[in-house]
Design a protein around this ligand. Structure first.
Ligand SMILES: Nc1nc2c(ncn2[C@@H]2O[C@H](COP(=O)(O)OP(=O)(O)OP(=O)(O)O)[C@@H](O)[C@H]2O)c(=O)[nH]1
Ligand SMILES: [Mg+2]
Length: 163
């Protein structure tokens, strides 16, 4: 796996449904593209790394955890959860994306000690996201865990109304 530069487009076949996936880079320099690519979509999938240690204080889910004035972490320490939560909440607050269903995927659940879906719901403050469908699954891309339920969730949000 190499970091996504800009975006990639893939079509994924799932049963009778073809899912057109826009995979957008997560690095800071690509985040201003997110809203544009999310307009008019059937669903937004936001992938987080559940192997990153959770913040020690369950209430401090945003902001830098290191000294005052330091930049928010982009690395693999627990401050990355705060960055992810802030970025997700900023994205879904965009008026153009009102009502778009959101699926948060907590990947790397094959790593020992990975955060559970419930922990990710708490640290990402998903219960604060209103007026849209919000789901969260713990998955492993590496071991193909819960990829089937993920595809079913996406198919059920297809414009053709597979529900
Ligand atoms: N153990 C494990 N590693 C994973 C899993 N999914 C991804 N990785 C690894 O995590 C690293 C980052 O994966 P990427 O798919 O490039 O992450 P990304 O979020 O697309 O990153 P950007 O493209 O920069 O946004 C790679 O080294 C992957 O091999 C997983 O389910 N389990
Ligand atoms: Mg990528």
């Amino acid at each position: 796996m190499i970091p996504t530069v800009g975006f990639n487009m893939r079509k994924v076949q799932a049963g009778n449904t073809t899912i057109k996936v826009w995979d957008i880079g997560g690095q800071a320099r690509f985040r201003n593209m997110w809203e544009r690519y999310c307009r008019g979509v059937s669903a937004i999938v936001f992938v987080v790394d559940s192997s990153i240690p959770l913040p020690s204080s369950s209430t401090s889910s945003s902001g830098p955890s290191t000294g005052a004035g330091s930049a928010p972490s982009e690395g693999n320490d627990s401050a990355a959860w705060g960055v992810a939560a802030e970025e997700l909440h900023a994205l879904v607050s965009r008026p153009m994306l009102a009502g778009v269903p959101l699926l948060v995927l907590a990947t790397k659940n094959d790593v020992q000690g990975a955060a559970s879906a419930e922990e990710v719901i708490r640290v990402m403050r998903l219960e604060q996201i209103a007026a849209r469908e919000v789901s969260c699954y713990s998955i492993s891309s590496k071991r193909q865990v819960n990829i089937d339920v993920t595809l079913r969730w996406l198919c059920a949000r297809s414009p053709a109304g597979a529900r």
